[in-house]
Design a protein around this ligand. Structure first.
Ligand SMILES: Cc1cc2nc3c(=O)[nH]c(=O)nc-3n(C[C@H](O)[C@H](O)[C@H](O)COP(=O)(O)OP(=O)(O)OC[C@H]3O[C@@H](n4cnc5c(N)ncnc54)[C@H](O)[C@@H]3O)c2cc1C
Length: 467
């Protein structure tokens, strides 16, 4: 067994780990990233599906307000691999379309024109939505982490139409759980950042290449700047050495030694490593961390992938209202494949607790029937192949009351840091949350927490007068 020396070992090459590494290497720190899988990207991953004979992934989108993720992508040369959309289409069964799109009006009026024209909402729904949004005109600092979104609907007298056709789709898409499981603090943040604060915060960005290829460019950037990224390096052992350094052991018997270790893992993997680590002192710190991590719960996500022999619509993506499937992504168009290659589609069921135990046919058949209600072109097309991707541990739920348990990136064990979307970032379980956590952990390693953090978008338009 030989020990490889680094200043910092980062465990996990998801967005958090790559973001931490990207900042530290730029600062001249010797970094080794250890990733157990044969590819990077973590939960934002793609892989060659042996049965479908395709490289598949579950749709990941970003928003204009994801400043740290966008900065990471720009540094990794990924700017050209994100397609940005300023227009969102909401479809009702039968095909009626409402479009919410960016106008030239200053924030918070940038969506006002299309919102007023949207047929999916009646006048009472629109008044209720405006009343709800007005709570966040000065930001979301007053939003309570103890209140659920469901309770907020009641308190602000939201209508059934406003909930079904506006709030609930937004909450599911951004927080990956239903309103009774989500805290108003995080929903309020989403509403403020997407609809009020700036005219660009709600822009939708979609990667145009499979996700491991996308984040592979991030790993290449880390290596170009002097870091090392070791794949198939599953960390099984963590030990506090007598000299204050950390020893990190992998399943294949390699041992790494570092002054600092950043665990850039989901909460359940962090819990497992921390429970088993060998400590010289600090048992009470371990107990506290384990108790904290025990508070987190997962929310699942299901993707239904469909390949049709012809193009079924010219829309790139759409919200599907009054259905089980909530979101439609036309991946072949987003990726620029050309209509002669047919339609490659992803349907999304977010926060899919009910569907998770179901079998393939039970999920697929109703989804296909629902799809045909929105896109009649489906009836003439031939379904060439289909696949279902289930992610039981897609995200953590921002359940009411969780916020105070999200740990900071510096632990009370010298040289041990945490990153990952679940740590304290003020963001829900997202790639931006992960990017922030990585940068905050890197900042803690060099002694200045926010040193690498990119600030939020500043308020624009009329919103500048309110903050
Ligand atoms: C299906 C799905 C859809 C999603 N959609 C979106 C979306 O549209 N927009 C969005 O912003 N977010 C989305 N998310 C959430 C987003 O993917 C995560 O919030 C983010 O990727 C988390 O990054 P992370 O680095 O914190 O953790 P992870 O991505 O989980 O990275 C942790 C890494 O550590 C590695 N690892 C684990 N254990 C070990 C070990 N012992 N040794 C070495 N390595 C180890 C893992 O293999 C992994 O690569 C989605 C998630 C899923 C699953």
């Amino acid at each position: 067994m030989s020990a490889f020396d680094s200043d910092v070992v980062i465990v996990g090459a998801g967005v958090a780990g790559l973001s931490a590494a990207g900042e530290l290497v730029r600062d001249g720190v010797r970094v080794t990233v250890l990733e157990r899988r044969p590819y990077v990207g973590g939960r934002a991953y793609s892989y060659a599906h042996p049965v479908l004979d395709e490289v598949v992934d579950s749709q990941h989108v970003l928003l204009g307000c994801c400043t740290n993720l966008i900065d990471f992508c720009a540094r990794a040369g990924l700017g050209e691999k994100i397609r940005w959309y300023d227009r969102q289409t909401f479809l009702e069964p039968g095909g009626r379309a409402s479009t919410i799109e960016l106008s030239g009006m200053p924030a918070p009026l940038h969506y006002a024109g299309s919102f007023l024209r949207a047929g999916m909402l009646n006048a009472k729904d629109k008044v209720a939505i405006a009343r709800g949004l007005a709570e966040f005109a000065r930001g979301y600092a007053g939003a309570s982490d103890e209140e659920s979104v469901l309770q907020w609907y009641g308190r602000t007298r939201q209508t059934v139409g406003a909930i079904r056709h506006f709030w609930e789709p937004i909450v599911l898409a951004t927080l990956n759980d239903s309103s009774e499981h989500c805290s108003m603090k995080y929903a309020g943040k989403v509403f403020y950042e997407l609809f009020l604060k700036t005219s660009t915060g709600g822009r939708l960005g979609i990667p145009t290449v499979p996700l491991s290829e996308f984040y592979g460019a991030g790993a290449e950037m880390v290596e170009r700047e002097g870091g090392e990224v070791e794949l198939r390096a599953s960390v099984e052992r963590l030990e506090q050495g007598a000299d204050g350094r950390w020893l990190v052991g992998t399943a294949d018997g390699r041992e790494f030694s570092a002054r600092d270790v950043v665990l850039a893992l989901p909460f359940e993997q962090t819990q497992r490593l921390i429970a088993g680590m060998k400590l010289r002192s600090g048992e009470e710190v371990r107990a506290g961390l384990l108790e904290t991590m025990g508070r987190f719960v997962h929310a699942p996500f299901i993707s239904i992938l469909l390949w049709y022999d012809r193009e079924i619509t010219t829309l790139d993506h759409a919200w599907l209202l009054d259905t089980t499937i909530q979101w439609f992504f036309h991946k072949s168009r987003i990726r620029g494949y050309g209509p002669e290659q047919g339609s490659y589609i992803e349907l999304v069921i977010a926060g899919s607790r009910r569907e998770l135990p179901m079998g393939r046919a039970e999920i697929l058949e109703p989804a296909l029937a629902e799809l045909a209600r929105f896109f009649p072109g489906v009836r003439e097309a031939r379904l060439v192949k289909s696949g279902i991707l289930k992610e039981a541990r897609a995200t953590f739920s921002v359940v009411p009351g969780l916020d105070r348990f999200r740990p900071g990136q510096r632990t009370r064990l010298p040289g041990l840091y945490l990153a990952g979307d679940w740590t304290a970032t003020e963001w829900p379980s997202t790639m931006e949350g992960a990017a922030r956590s990585g940068r905050l952990a890197a900042g803690e390693v060099v002694g200045t927490r926010e040193r690498f953090l990119v600030g939020d978008l500043p308020a624009s338009g009329l919103m500048r007068l309110l903050v």
